[in-house]
Design a protein around this ligand. Sequence first.
Ligand SMILES: Cc1ncc(COP(=O)(O)O)c(C=O)c1O
Length: 539
Amino acid sequence: MAIAKKMRKFVDGGSMIRKMFEEGARLKALYGADKVFDFSIGNPNVPPPENFKKALLDIVSEDSPNLHAYLPNAGLPAARQAIAARLSREQKVPVEAKHIVVTCGAAGGLNIVFKALLEPGDEVLAVAPYFLEYGFIADNHGGVLKTVPSKADFSLDLEAIAKALSPRTKIFIIDTPNNPTGRIYPEETLAALGALLSRKGDEFGHAIYLVSDEPYRKIAYDGANVASPLASYGNSIAVTSYSKELSLPGERIGFAAVNPKAEDLDYLLGALAIANRILGFVNAPSLMQHLIAHLIGEELAGGQAACVDVGIYQRKRDMLAKGLAEAGYEFAIPEGAFYLFPKIPASGGITDGEFLSFLREENILTVPGAGFGAPGYFRIAYCVEESVILGSLPGFDSHGIVRRLFGPDVFHHRRAHLVPGHVKGRAVLSRLCIGVFVGNRVQYRRENRGKAGDLIHRTPHSGHDQDVATGNQDQPKEFLIPLSGKGSCGGNHGACLGAEGNYLPKAWQELARRRPGKLQVAHSVCHIVVGYGQHARRT
Ligand SMILES: Cc1ncc(COP(=O)(O)O)c(C=O)c1O
């Protein structure tokens, strides 16, 4: 085959985010767009600022002869000027136009920076969880991505970083506010990081460059201050884009800003401009450079802020966080960006893949944390319509039951056995067992004990009919049948999850009688059996 081996590997592996994105399109065609809850990709759905359209029309209408011409590789002087003025003001670093290279988005910026700095085999150190493209971009330029874990709360672990920095480390990359965790690194931490990189650079006898990947700088909540990595360390380069703050990801516009104190400053700036050319970007899109000069110019003159309405994202965050917290998920509230990164529930027995496939059964698409170097988590990109968030919550909540079941408060030390998918035959449980039935297609309600989703322990011979009431299609979506029985199973108080009448507890038989067909459908959703003592067995 003529295709390069490395590229074949990439093709076969694919990008998890892109795969999910495509799966979303497939499911929407199948079920209708309003039945699919696609949280896979960070594609902003908040409109650009109000003055964007007029500015664009004005620029296009001007009939300037050079509007669509090649530009200097480093960018349109007016755009570099405006960008530098705004950055200096905001980050308190005296950056001038000559320190700015306008790029094709942040990804274009990272590519030119890595190309300018990396020798073959040089290491790029990132903090996990990290933005998964870093590995590819390092590899593009002969570099090798290494990672160091963050602390459990996703803050920087400076001790671990100190150990992970090696004589081959050329770049240390951070991303604040962070994708996928939403964490913002405080000023003191960045100052300590700067001191560490400086010390390690001296020890290794070469500069370690801090690359601050910051496309979410403006997406910060509750008035949070996004401290400047550039201000914390001289050998630093900020790389960013207008993909998120102006909602223009498809227009491919961003920039790299080099700290004026950086070592080999002039060479570095020259290398970045040449990298822009020889990587085939040549220059960032001309129309967008004119637009940026215009919008930022307007903001600097006291006009409209060149930024989307961040309050819209904050409302979405709050809505999602509330729903997920109520369902029992564990997560850190994002301080910025538009991702939520919860723990996969049920760490006691369920794999990440199994959990995410449960969500997919609810038409909820998310991305596994493994893709960000953090297995055991998953990412929800909440830059979607509020209706998508609200519509998804019942589906997320059915898995909140999973967490409650497997979580430390409930079955901390017990052995769990999960039986996903269609179960035929019967599950035989020994000793105390609880069978949980999770499904969004059966909508019955227990009337006499708590709300749907509660755990109910049935004592032997208590009779299920008391716990399960008549069907009511308007009632909550989770349907939980508690089954517990001592001794061997059998009859109707053994925990039997089989589809056939013989093995169904009485209550199930009753439900099946009242709602013909429903029980059968629900069996294809998912069954979970938790037991202790002996494993649950399927026969
Ligand atoms: C952390 C991070 N860095 C870089 C990028 C790339 O941004 P752009 O689309 O502007 O190239 C993204 C995009 O989602 C991102 O999340």
